[in-house]
Design a protein around this ligand. Structure first.
Ligand code: 26Y
Length: 822
């Protein structure tokens, strides 16, 4: 047998040290004497990668042998920095620490040197990454398919309080984690027209004559499971021109014309759209979606065939999850590949397609449901439009039989919206083409069935189910919060890392243990000091680590109501100025999050927060008692620093708007208490940790709907609530904008006239809950008890639990362990 220590992949400190040196010299072409930190980081990354690749070979083998594999199709993945996570999951931290020390290097400094692939906007992409982590850990054969954007989500800088977007150059120094696979490439047709013909057997057929063809090249990243030999495969597609040059154009002397096609082709995977709501009519976006879906399905068919499979058994080999509607075109593309290319008859192809796909919905906001104008769709995907028409024709025929004469229902269910303009409805396509449809939290799934997908639920109730989101306890506890993780392991053993729910519950009995509480407090305090250090480095603001760290980090959105939090800050500020003896703990309110570049009001909310900070932070009357921080460039890496340092987690979206939230889980799993509405997964978090350990406020989803039905008049709240009036008048007076009365007018105006997200309606109960939080924080022992209980009772929010539910109820896939293929 091959002995690891004989290869370059040994796990002793000495073997690791030697491999680092080898990689530095022979891969990086550097010598130790003049190597920079980046050189050492790269050498170490390659050293860890060597050990991943060994597992990789085994994973590929099991993918081919396994009975059914999971393919997770997602336009976004946010894996975060790889190095620390990989070292942890491979169980090689101690040896690597020793190896680097022998080379005179600081391992933790090398780990924090790494940037991150920002190939996603927010939680949807991060969820995909947590799911890959869990799938690898549970030893499920898995491929995550997506796009290798050259430019991921922009980096955020703050200038004069405003967001400035800077292009993300994550590939500037190379990417040691990916393996380019030029031999794994597929052609993707785009544009053109279709024509009919008769094949050799005299059968009527359709042929797509594309206008152009681009090539997709596989870029693979191994995603290690925790303390197992398995890795999941993240396969991202980069687009290239089929030929570097159009030689005909070149020969005719049209040099620029010849290169044009190359440029256009490479554009497809060039940049991530930095919005988390669709912008209809963007041809490039539709091309991106089709591009990665087509490459992925072609790849699955190829691998299946390699293992001796035939197209007719495709659905037994793969369970394919559609992460929102972004990859929903897969339904039509698989039909095209099976019917046009593999010559399978329609009925059988449709059966295979529906057995293969399942669809996760992540939003209830009607404006966020993807739809494509018909002319644009026809221009990019003429054959797919025909296929969608045919799917629709057959589908509506069935509906007509089930609901005779109900033309309104038919209109709502149709895959085509027929208003003044016509659109393809991607959610309807995904729903018709899948055997399972799930929401991402209990409330969300209920509302899904009652609202946006009601007609589909009535038609196919058996297809609907809930799978509440979860997060990886590896990255979001063990890696980012080693202090707390150590205490948990000391208390309950180390099983909690993979089997959270049962093991971590044992922590409950320590909630009343004075010594344990004290240790718990010290860890939190250390985490807060670390964050304070970074805050001062990046913003120049000096915060008091003894103060209550009150944190809201997530994309900036009106429905997430960062500005409600801001109103509370102003209230606290006024109260402290008026009553210096006020019995409240010192507070540091921290925000982080990016705004979509075109979302003016979200950008104004950032400016609003920073403007309040500018006034409050230099006012000696509240010095040491209130500070406001906008932490720039919130991303996975910064998140790992922020969640462990929180005392209070702000989850304050208007009820019914946040599908699930996963940040809410990360905070609570790191010992923060939640102040939140009954929205998304907050509902289940509150049930799990106990209502006495959760600060709830605000209208319920139903109350919000009722209020709107009755006619909501926000100005009445303004007129009736003296404090609210004072706050809003202060903003209007230009107090936070150096006398400029116009700057925040759009925000104030919206609140007083429409208040779509019911801030003013929820304001009084939010303030009450905040007061309660402040009082509770003053009783440190009780607060620590609640903090420990939060962690002890949150085990169910591990993404391992989510994945087990997908496996059992949707994918019907066995672990490699169980199927005994190893
Ligand atoms: C159409 C395109 C521009 C687009 C791109 C990204 C549309 C939406 C998104 C991202 C959506 C997203 O992140 N949704 C969030 O999904 C999380 C995981 O399920 C939920 O926890 C969270 O509540 C939801 O807002």
């Amino acid at each position: 047998p091959i002995v690891r220590e004989d290869l370059r992949t040994g796990l002793t400190a000495e073997a690791i040290k030697n491999d680092i040196l080898e990689n530095l010299v022979y891969v990086q072409a550097r010598i130790p004497k003049i190597a920079t930190r980046n050189d050492w980081y790269m050498a170490l990354a390659y050293t860890v990668r060597d050990r991943l690749l060994e597992r990789w070979g085994m994973a590929i083998e099991s993918l081919q042998q396994s009975s059914r594999a999971v393919c997770y199709l997602s336009a976004e993945f946010l894996p975060g920095p790889h190095l620390g996570n990989a070292i942890l999951n491979l169980g090689m931290y101690e040896q690597t620490k020793e190896a680097t020390a022998r080379l005179g290097l600081d391992l933790d400094a090398l780990i924090s040197h790494e940037g991150e692939p920002g190939l996603g906007n927010g939680e949807l992409g991060r969820l995909a990454a947590c799911f890959l982590d869990s799938l690898a850990t549970l030893e499920i054969p898995t491929i995550g398919y997506g796009i290798r954007y050259e430019f991921g989500i922009f980096d955020q800088e703050i200038h004069d309080g405003w967001q400035r977007e800077v292009t993300d150059k994550w590939l500037a120094f190379g990417n040691p984690w990916e393996i380019v696979r030029p031999e794994i490439a597929y052609y993707v047709p785009l544009g053109g027209y279709t024509e009919t013909y008769y094949d050799r057997l005299g059968r009527f057929r359709v042929r797509w004559v594309p206008e152009r063809v681009v090539k997709g090249i596989a870029h693979d990243t191994p995603i290690p499971g925790y303390h197992v030999e398995n890795v999941a495969l993240l396969r991202l597609w980069k687009s290239e021109a089929c030929e570097s040059f159009d030689f005909q154009a070149f020969n005719e002397g049209d040099y620029y014309g010849a290169v044009e096609d190359k440029v256009a082709s490479e554009t497809i995977s060039k940049v991530l759209y930095p919005n988390d709501e669709p912008i209809p009519g963007k041809e490039l976006r539709l091309s991106q979606q089709f591009f990665f879906v087509s490459c992925s399905l072609q790849d699955m068919i190829r691998v299946h065939r390699l293992g001796g499979g035939v197209p007719a058994t495709f659905d037994r080999r793969y369970a394919v999850q559609l992460n929102d509607t972004h990859p929903a075109i897969a339904v039509a593309e698989l039909m095209r590949l099976l019917v046009d290319k593999q010559r399978i008859d329609w009925e059988r192809a449709w059966e295979i397609t529906r057995n293969t796909f399942s669809y996760t919905n992540h939003t209830l906001l009607p404006e966020a449901l993807e739809k494509w104008p018909l002319p644009l769709f026809r221009k990019v995907l003429p054959r797919h439009l025909e296929i969608i028409f045919e799917i629709n024709r057959r589908f509506l025929e069935d509906v007509r039989l089930t609901y005779p004469g109900d033309s309104e229902r038919l209109r709502r269910l149709s895959l085509i919206e027929e208003a003044d303009d016509r659109y393809v409805r991607m959610a309807n396509l995904a729903a018709v083409g899948s055997h399972a449809i799930n929401g991402v939290a209990a409330l969300h799934t209920d509302l899904l069935k009652e609202t946006v997908m009601r007609d589909f639920y009535e038609l196919y109730p058996e297809r609907f189910l809930n799978v509440t989101n979860g997060v990886s306890p590896r990255r979001w506890m063990l890696l980012c919060n080693p202090g707390m993780s150590g205490l948990i392991t000391d208390a309950v053993g180390e099983n909690w890392v993979c089997n959270s729910q049962d093991s971590i519950a044992g922590l409950e009995s320590f909630a009343d243990d004075g010594a344990f509480r004290e240790a718990w407090r010290k860890v939190k305090q250390g985490n807060k000091m670390e964050l304070a250090r970074h805050i001062s480095e990046r913003t120049g603001i000096v915060v008091n680590p003894e103060s209550l760290f009150d944190i809201q980090v997530k994309r900036i959105h009106e429905y997430k109501r960062q500005h409600l939090n801001a109103l509370h800050i102003i209230s606290l500020y006024i109260r402290l100025k008026r009553t210096p003896s006020l019995d409240v703990p010192p507070r540091t309110v921290i925000f982080g999050g990016k705004a979509a570049p075109g979302y003016a009001r979200a950008k104004l909310i950032i400016k609003f927060i920073n403007s309040i900070a500018d006034v409050v932070n230099i006012d000696p009357d509240v010095a040491d008692r209130l500070k406001v921080v906008f932490f720039p460039d919130f991303n996975v890496k910064n998140g790992q620093l922020i969640y462990p340092a929180a005392d209070l987690s702000e989850q304050i979206s208007t009820a019914g708007k946040e599908a699930s939230g996963t940040g809410n889980m990360k905070f609570s799993l790191n010992g923060a208490l939640t102040i939140g509405t009954l929205d998304g997964a907050n509902v289940e978090i509150r049930e799990a940790v106990g209502p006495e350990n959760f600060l709830v406020f605000g209208l319920t989803a139903r109350e919000v709907t009722d209020l709107k039905m009755r006619g909501y008049r926000p100005w009445e709240s303004y007129e009736q609530n003296e404090e609210l009036r004072e706050i809003i008048d202060l903003v209007r007076s230009g107090f936070f904008s150096r006398g400029d009365r116009d700057l925040f007018e759009p925000l104030v105006n919206e609140l007083l006239s429409r208040d779509e997200y019911c801030l003013l309606a929820d304001y009084p109960s939010y303030l009450e809950a905040q007061e309660k939080a402040g009082k509770a924080y003053l009783v440190q022992g009780q607060w620590l008890r609640m903090s420990i209980l939060n962690v002890a009772r949150m085990g169910g929010f591990s993404s391992d639990r989510s994945i087990r539910e997908y496996l059992d109820h949707i994918w019907k896939v066995d672990s490699l362990k169980a199927s005994g293929s190893r």
